[in-house]
Design a protein around this ligand. Structure first.
Ligand SMILES: [Zn+2]
Length: 386
């Protein structure tokens, strides 16, 4: 039986213990100590990693009354070893886990919803609730949760007697046999939990709710606490600073500045398309009576390419092929009012590495061939280049 030091002091980073056994397995060496500060995987909280003597602890699991440390080197039974957990990671997990208690507790008090799923890593926490939480209330819940952080409330962990437990109202995923370990954040949450937690809520530092989306008839909420919450907010702040600098906007008004920029862009786009239309109309004249003909239209928009082809086909009196220059290859349109261009389109795509289709009198697509290859193909067919 391993003594669980992490339950006596969740902040204990280093300890000394006696090696009880060391068993070689396919994955490494399974070491059992008389006592440990390494928390094993469980209750939605990941296993601790760290160092035991000269060995690296890769994973920690609970097996019956023992805690198994999966190590990358053998340790000698009967000897004393120094153990050190990766405390920064553990502390983040305690921040995340304790913050999750506060948020789940607030939601339970307000709506009576239960937490049906819980996934936590070093970046974020995902909680599933069995009821609908409108996304509009997230700021309110977040503010209330952060008030609990600022009040620096001591976290109480205890194992009540059978009668006290029977009288206690607490959150749990399923009915548990006595004894039950209860984690209480007075005023906010009382929950059955086997994880490790901060000693007082102030250590959580910060609770940031990201999103609440509909999930299996309930809600999936994503959040982060403490160190990862600050790291994420810093990244977002950095991005916002860049936008603020690029748009010469106040850092708290970048949204409005982007909206304004998009409006301006939209009006320039309309102007550009109108100009393109005018220039296309002027170009159509050149196709008058040209018969079967082709042209390289330059850098045209998809609409511009179609319009030039349409306009030119109305006056050319033959098949009209127009090519728009793209980063790789050419977009094309083939038109013959009242005609059927499917076989020409098929032949052209086969010869010029293309793909496309459409209605019989109007075919469109993209060719990967060079300008010279396209030119050669159409000149050989007796088309006139415009
Ligand atoms: Zn917990």
């Amino acid at each position: 039986m391993t003594e669980k030091l992490y339950y006596l002091d969740s902040h204990l980073a280093s300890f000394r213990a006696e090696v009880i056994s060391c068993t070689q397995t396919e994955k490494g060496f399974e070491v059992v100590l008389d006592r440990t500060a390494f928390y094993p995987l469980g209750g939605g909280q990941a296993a601790d990693t760290g160092v035991l003597g000269n060995a690296r602890v890769l994973d920690t699991r609970e097996q019956g009354k023992d805690i198994i440390h999966l190590c990358d080197a053998a340790l000698t039974p009967g000897t004393q070893v120094e153990g050190t957990i990766d405390y920064q990671d553990r502390f983040v997990r305690m921040q995340q886990h304790s913050g999750e208690h506060i948020v789940s507790g607030i939601i339970h008090q307000r709506w009576g919803y239960h937490n049906t799923g819980f996934h936590m890593n070093l970046q974020s926490v995902v909680i599933d609730f069995d009821g609908v939480i409108p996304v509009e209330v997230l700021p309110e819940i977040e503010a209330e949760a952060n008030r609990a952080v600022m009040r620096n409330i001591p976290v109480r962990v205890f194992t009540p007697g059978p009668e006290e437990l029977a009288a206690l109202s607490y959150r749990t995923k399923r009915a548990l046999p006595w004894p039950v370990r209860i984690v209480e954040i007075p005023g906010y949450d009382t929950c059955a939990c086997c994880g490790t937690h901060v000693a007082a809520t102030g250590e959580i530092g910060l609770i940031k709710l990201f999103s609440a989306i509909p999930f299996r008839g309930g809600t999936r909420m994503e959040m982060a606490c403490g160190v990862p919450a600050l790291a994420l907010l810093n990244r977002v702040f950095e991005q916002n600073k860049q936008v603020s600098r690029l748009l010469s906007a106040q850092i708290t008004q970048t949204g409005q500045a982007v909206e304004k920029l998009l409006c301006t862009l939209e009006s320039w786009k309309t102007k550009a398309l109108n100009l393109e239309k005018q220039s296309l109309l002027a170009r159509v004249d050149a196709f008058g009576g040209a018969g079967n003909c082709f042209t390289f239209g330059g850098d045209l928009s998809p609409d511009g390419l179609r319009e030039l082809t349409d306009g030119a086909a109305r006056v050319s009196g033959g098949i009209t092929a127009v090519f728009g220059e793209m980063a790789e290859g050419f977009d094309y349109c083939l038109a013959l009012p009242g005609g059927d261009l499917r076989s020409l389109n098929k032949e052209m795509n086969a010869a010029l590495s293309g793909r496309g289709g459409g209605k019989p009198p109007f075919q469109m697509g993209r060719l990967r061939a060079s300008k010279e290859e396209i030119r050669k193909f159409f000149l050989e067919k007796g088309f006139r280049q415009i």
